[in-house]
Design a protein around this ligand. Sequence first.
Ligand SMILES: [Zn+2]
Ligand SMILES: [Zn+2]
Length: 132
Amino acid sequence: MSIIQIVVLIFLSILIAWLLHLLTRKVGGQKKEKPEKPTAPREGKIHPCPICGTLLKSHEKVHSVVYPGENDRLVEVFGCPYCYPANDDYPRTCPVCKEIIPPDGFLIGRMFYSGEKPHMHINGCTRCRKRH
Ligand SMILES: [Zn+2]
Ligand SMILES: [Zn+2]
C-alpha cells in the first residue's frame, strides 16, 4: 500500500464518519419533533349508576327500558355495564328500600320532562313496588 492509498483511506473513513454523524444528527432531530401526543379522550359528564352507584362515563349507558308515553313515562332500569347482568362484584341495591335487588329484578321509575331536560324518578325496585 502506498502512502497515497493510506491517506485516501483515512480521508474516506473521516468522510464516512462525518456522514454517519450527520445521519445520526438528522435522526436525532427527527426524534425531537415528537409526534403530537394523542389527546386523552374527553371524558364526558360522570354520572353514578342508580343501582350499584358506580361512576359511569358518558359512553357507559345504564340499561333501561322506557315505555312510550306523552310526558310521564314508565321506566324500567336494569343496571349499568358493571351491575347488569347481576354479579357479586357490583351489588345491586334499591335506592328506595335499600335492599338487594334480585338478579331478575329491576328498578321501576318514571321519566318526565321538565322543560327540555328529562328527569328520572325512581319509585322502587320489583321487590318493594310489589308490596304496594
Ligand atoms: Zn350499576
Ligand atoms: Zn326497593
